[in-house]
Design a protein around this ligand. Structure first.
Ligand SMILES: NC(=O)c1ccc[n+]([C@@H]2O[C@H](COP(=O)([O-])OP(=O)(O)OC[C@H]3O[C@@H](n4cnc5c(N)ncnc54)[C@H](O)[C@@H]3O)[C@@H](O)[C@H]2O)c1
Length: 254
């Protein structure tokens, strides 16, 4: 079950957190994994971790907000591994700010890194998947539907990802390409280390984040990776245009 043997997977944001956990899990299940990130040392480390575990992985420096980098990523993946079967649009960033303090540049950057990247990486990958099918998985957030007062531009970008997921699922279904997204709740990764309250009191902030879930814990990157594995696998062949919530009951508790 949930095997990815002979599949080629791209994982953006694979240098860290959820992306690294997913790259490792996909490789464990037999996929050849192309890791893409702006963080070169982390990306090569992930590729090395894959190889050390007996899998196949490679890294390509990619700023997902740049179309040229995305095009290069797809071309190198096809050259190296012969195609693209799975794309995990996972790279992301956040300014922990309300709308009143968010600058135009910050708003634009958030949309470029989180949403524009998802849109264009998907179009480029879908062009290679047409004819033989494929899977696109987008990493959205519970904030896509619940919103967060200290993450307003981020919430906008993640809501956009949810909408693009549904629209592209409709557009690509005739080509055998499934498109889904994941809505993670609070997960213990470096992105949360930039929360102002985390810098002040890490232990108390993690406890507060855990308390927002029904299960009273913060998720691990691998919790989300298992969701991505399911969506990528043949076992999810009847699943498209949907959002898988991996949040320990965060949304149910709202
Ligand atoms: N951690 C959480 O609580 C949580 C909750 C919901 C959704 N998410 C989403 O999960 C995804 C992964 O984040 P994470 O939590 O693992 O955090 P992370 O900071 O560990 O990982 C994000 C990765 O994206 C990369 N990245 C940032 N900007 C990039 C760019 N322009 N081009 C290429 N790579 C870039 C970073 O270098 C990093 O490796 C993000 O999209 C995030 O919004 C996280």
């Amino acid at each position: 079950m949930f095997e990815l043997t002979r599949k080629v997977a791209i994982v953006t944001g694979g240098s860290s957190g959820i992306g690294r956990a997913t790259a490792l899990l996909f490789a464990e299940r037999g996929a050849q994994v192309m890791v893409a990130d702006v963080n070169d040392s982390g990306g090569w480390e992930t590729a090395k971790m894959i190889e050390n575990a007996g899998g196949q992985g490679f890294f390509v420096h990619t700023d997902v907000s740049k179309l040229q980098d995305l095009s290069n990523l797809i071309d190198i993946t096809v050259q190296q591994y012969g195609g693209v079967d799975i794309l995990f649009n996972n790279a992301g960033m956040a300014y922990f700010k309300g709308s009143l303090t968010t600058s135009e540049e910050e708003f634009q950057r958030t949309l470029d890194v989180n949403l524009k990247s998802t849109f264009f990486a998907s179009t480029l990958a879908a062009a290679k998947m047409r004819g033989k099918g494929g899977v696109i998985i987008n990493n959205s957030s519970v904030n896509a539907v619940s919103g967060a007062a200290d993450l307003v531009a981020y919430s906008a970008s993640k809501g956009g990802i949810l909408a693009v997921t549904i629209a592209m699922a409709k557009e690509y279904a005739p080509y055998g390409i499934r498109v889904n997204c994941i809505l993670p709740g609070p997960i213990d990764t470096p992105i949360n280390e930039r929360r102002p309250e985390m810098i002040t009191d890490r232990v108390a902030t993690l406890a507060q984040m855990a308390n927002l879930t029904l299960l009273k814990r913060v998720g691990a990157p691998r919790d989300v990776a298992y969701g991505a594995l399911y969506l990528a696998s043949e076992e999810a062949s009847f699943v498209t245009g949907t959002a898988l919530v991996v949040d320990g009951g965060y949304l149910a508790a709202r």
